[in-house]
Design a protein around this ligand. Sequence first.
Ligand SMILES: [Zn+2]
Length: 106
Amino acid sequence: MRYEAEVFLHNGYICPCTICQRSTGQPAEITVLIRAGTLRYLKDEPKYYVSSADGKRGFCGTCRSRIVWQALRPDDDWLTNLTVGTLDRPGEVRVTRHIYADTQLP
Ligand SMILES: [Zn+2]
């Protein structure tokens, strides 16, 4: 699957919340915010599941990689974020925030 989006490269963040732990099978997830309304799928579209009261997660239907988190409320589209590992150049992302740090595993 392929997508394009305008990514805020200096707005990467780590989230070790229990939902991210379960959805990735990892201790934390690293994602990056994008400009609202700029995400377009070029090849295939993600499969989605509602993962909390606030949002849904999209993953690749072929390899099952987690791709995107999107808010359920359209007004919260500015919160759309992509998993850093799915970017073409993930090394350009700067992680500047660590949210839900109280749930981080020791
Ligand atoms: Zn999380």
